[in-house]
Design a protein around this ligand. Structure first.
Ligand SMILES: NC(=O)C1=CN([C@@H]2O[C@H](COP(=O)(O)OP(=O)(O)OC[C@H]3O[C@@H](n4cnc5c(N)ncnc54)[C@H](OP(=O)(O)O)[C@@H]3O)[C@@H](O)[C@H]2O)[C@@H](O)CC1
Ligand SMILES: Nc1ncnc2c1ncn2[C@@H]1O[C@H](COP(=O)(O)OP(=O)(O)OP(=O)(O)O)[C@@H](O)[C@H]1O
Length: 409
């Protein structure tokens, strides 16, 4: 009897095992089918995104002043073309929204998609606009020691496409900066006793602010910068904080914490300082992705760019990495080119977001990604010509063609 019972139990156990094995195989097959479907869907959405982006970025030509020998100018953009462009950019946004909801992990695909999105924020060049409409950018920085940094940032903003670029610097830096370029508007106010009021007069006219390049760490200048940041936030102006501006943020994070139009652009050293000030412990330098998510979260989901071999960009929800090929040349001032360009792109991205064009990704992230790609592309192009002797001025010369290659082709 007990033998029969044993046999019966053994057979039931075998049947049960068989059942679970089959069920496991069935579930694995189902998983594989779902994964394949998921990959197909991602691939299709990616291709659609690229297709729509290339259609939408082929703009009507800008209306040039006619001259006798020139062919007739192309017709101005008609209402139907404008409507078509708008529909296409909305489709790109919807495609990307679905794509990111599916959780892509493909870095190359992701880079291409964000680049497509950058293309949609660039205002078309038309004869219908007046000077200033494509951006008036202010740089807070420039002191006795550092005159190059604010110049690099301000001229980069102009070369990317801002119409006017202002530098608010100390009195002794102003003449020097003016002498580098007649294109810049230079205000020698940063060390005057009523600096904040002097700068505030201009805020209603500014579309973007870059705080820090060549600012130095003098207490009075940092206090002025802090007050200008507060007043710019009250006016909802996009603010990029770089270099010594990040020194200020490290001392007083609340100055920009939680401001959704703020972007921080630390190099590794600046990032480490900020991390340690926020978390009161040394950073785990083996996991940069985790580090940037932690700092962004601690700063109230502020957009953050950790510059390096790959630029890591996050707003605390996901990390985008920009690895457009640059070069091995690390001359000073590349970060200034980056922050100046970002000031303009941030203005364009937030304008596009208000118009409903950018919906799927945080506009600050789109601007940051655009500026990182551009800086790296400039670095690569300048390096091809100048090799080891490449300087930031050589990179600035490349902004026009790098911009065209990345965003207008
Ligand atoms: N022409 C001009 O006018 C220019 C002016 N500029 C202006 O200068 C001001 C000060 O800026 P800053 O970056 O030199 O200051 P700071 O934070 O003390 O860093 C210095 C220390 O950080 C380190 N370090 C740097 N990068 C690192 C990395 N990736 N990874 C690791 N370590 C890194 C490096 O350490 P080291 O190699 O010496 O050990 C170095 O000692 C600011 O206003 C800026 O705008 C610049 O824009 C350039 C062009
Ligand atoms: N190791 C690297 N490889 C490739 N590109 C890099 C590397 N490090 C930095 N970059 C690029 O150089 C740009 C500026 O970064 P960098 O770390 O030089 O900033 P920074 O130190 O703040 O510059 P600055 O000299 O203006 O103060 C970034 O856009 C980044 O992409």
């Amino acid at each position: 009897m007990s033998k029969l019972m044993e046999q019966f139990l053994e057979q039931s156990a075998q049947a049960e095992d068989g059942f679970y094995r089959m069920e496991e195989q069935r579930l694995q097959a189902e998983d594989r089918r779902r994964e394949a479907e998921h990959a197909r869907e991602l691939h299709m959405l990616q291709m659609l995104g690229q297709m729509f982006a290339s259609i939408s970025s082929s703009r009507p030509g800008s209306a040039a002043t006619p001259c006798k020998t020139a062919p007739p100018p192309p017709p101005p953009p008609t209402a139907s073309i404008t409507a078509q462009r708008k529909t296409l950019t909305l489709v790109i946004s919807a495609v990307l929204e679905r794509y990111y909801a599916l959780g892509s992990t493909s870095h190359k695909g992701m880079e291409d998609d964000i680049l497509s999105l950058v293309k949609t924020i660039i205002p078309p060049l038309t004869s219908k606009k007046h000077k200033g409409q494509d951006g008036r950018i202010g740089i807070i920085g420039g002191c006795q020691d550092y005159t190059g940094a604010p110049y690099f940032a301000a001229i980069s903003a102009l070369k990317v496409g801002a119409d006017l670029s202002h530098v608010f610097c100390t009195k002794d830096a102003a003449t020097v900066i003016k002498s580098y370029s007649p294109e810049l508007i230079v205000h020698p106010v940063l060390d005057s006793p009523n600096a904040v009021e002097e700068i505030e007069k201009w805020l209603p006219r500014l579309h973007g602010l870059v705080v820090g390049p060549g600012l130095g760490r003098d207490d009075f200048l940092l206090k002025t910068a802090k007050e200008v940041i507060e007043r710019s936030k009250a006016r909802d102006i996009p603010i990029v904080i770089d270099a010594d501006g990040l020194w200020l943020v490290t001392q007083q994070p609340s100055v920009i914490q939680g401001y959704q139009k703020g972007i921080l652009t630390p190099n590794f050293m600046e990032f480490t300082r900020l991390y340690e000030a926020l978390h009161h412990e040394p950073m785990d330098s083996s996991d940069h992705q985790r580090g940037v998510l932690q700092v962004s979260a601690a700063m109230g989901n502020l957009t953050l760019v950790l510059k390096g071999e790959q630029d890591l960009i996050t707003d605390g929800s996901r990390v985008f990495s920009c690895s457009v090929e640059g070069s091995g040349r690390r001359c000073g001032g590349q970060g200034d080119l980056l922050s100046g360009s970002m000031g303009v792109l941030a203005h364009w991205a937030h304008t596009a977001s208000t118009a409903g064009t950018v919906r799927s990704v945080n506009p600050s992230v789109v601007a940051a990604f655009g500026a990182c790609s551009l800086t790296r592309q400039c670095n690569s192009q300048a390096f091809q010509q100048h090799g080891r002797s490449t300087t930031t001025s050589d990179m600035i010369q490349e902004i026009g063609s790098a911009f065209k290659k990345l965003f207008e082709s």
